[in-house]
Design a protein around this ligand. Structure first.
Ligand code: PGA
Length: 274
């Protein structure tokens, strides 16, 4: 057996533990701490980040994941061989392969060692026209090629203030359910109010509690197992607020943008939640 074969086996084992880890470990609720780098970082910065984050001590109940730009995924594959840190891409094509210039398929992401992929981020929905239907199709394409989709949903400030936010979130979830049916229970949902992303403004704890509760009930209305789908909170999550937000029972972790770009702050968030 050559070394690369053994390494691939170890990586597969580590990742299957991540995917099937129990919701409670050592008496603590499992928390996913995911970093969405968006279109930031250089190769040099990525290398330094990975080196630093490997040194952070990792409690069993925390599952860290990083979502770098596509060109740096290979660095995660090469540098994280035996580490319990997952990585994935920020988007994926709905198509399997072919003449789709600029797109990256779920198979390709799997080939390079990704276990997860973000779909439906509000920046994709608003700047690149990803429709609710397309988001569902991307999630299903990812799932059917062995990746776990992190499906982002969230309302704008106007939708929140007009009181229609629940129907907006339900419509986003319904579209995913139409494509995925019972496979939705194998996904992760990230609730990211658009008005909280990159603004430094976060909802009140009551708003987060109520909204996560609403999302949980909606998922349960589709499938009984829908209750166990992790629901992450995203939008200006940082060292100052993660502990309080994690106290809300239906919060299964965080999707973090700005505060995930420095290994120090990302590592601090892990420590704070330990
Ligand atoms: P932010 O971004 O933490 O910088 O607000 C979160 C996200 O867009 O996923």
């Amino acid at each position: 057996m050559d070394r690369s074969y053994i390494e691939a086996l170890v990586r597969e084992r580590v990742m299957s533990q991540l995917n099937h880890a129990p919701m409670v470990s050592g008496g603590k609720r499992e928390l996913i701490v995911a970093g969405n780098w968006k279109m930031n970082m250089t190769a040099k910065e990525t290398k330094a980040f990975i080196k630093q984050i490997k040194e952070v001590s990792l409690p069993d109940h925390i599952l860290p994941m990083i979502f770098p730009p596509y060109p740096y995924l290979y660095m995660f594959r090469d540098m994280l061989r035996y580490d319990r840190i997952a990585f994935g891409a920020q988007d994926v094509a709905k198509e399997e392969k072919g003449a789709y210039t600029g797109e990256v398929s779920a198979t390709m992401l799997g080939d390079i060692g990704c276990s997860y992929v973000i779909v439906g981020h509000s920046e994709r929905r608003s700047y690149y026209g990803d429709t609710e239907e397309l988001v569902g199709q991307k999630a299903q394409a990812a799932f059917s090629h062995g990746l776990t989709p992190i499906i982002c949903i969230g309302e704008t400030l106007e939708e929140r203030q007009s009181g229609h936010y629940q129907s907006v979130l339900k419509s986003q979830l319904d579209a995913v359910y139409r494509e995925m049916h019972q496979n939705i229970v194998k996904c992760i949902i990230a609730y990211e109010p658009v008005w909280a992303i990159g603004t430094g403004v976060i909802p009140t704890m009551e708003e987060i509690r109520d909204t996560h509760g609403f999302i949980k009930d909606t998922l349960y209305s589709y499938e009984n197992e829908g209750r166990s789908i992790p629901i992450l909170y995203g939008g200006s999550a940082n060292e100052k607020n993660v502990v309080e937000i994690s106290g809300i029972g239906d919060v299964g972790g965080f999707l973090i943008g700005g505060a995930s770009l420095k290994a120090e702050s990302f590592g601090n968030i892990i420590q704070l939640l330990s």
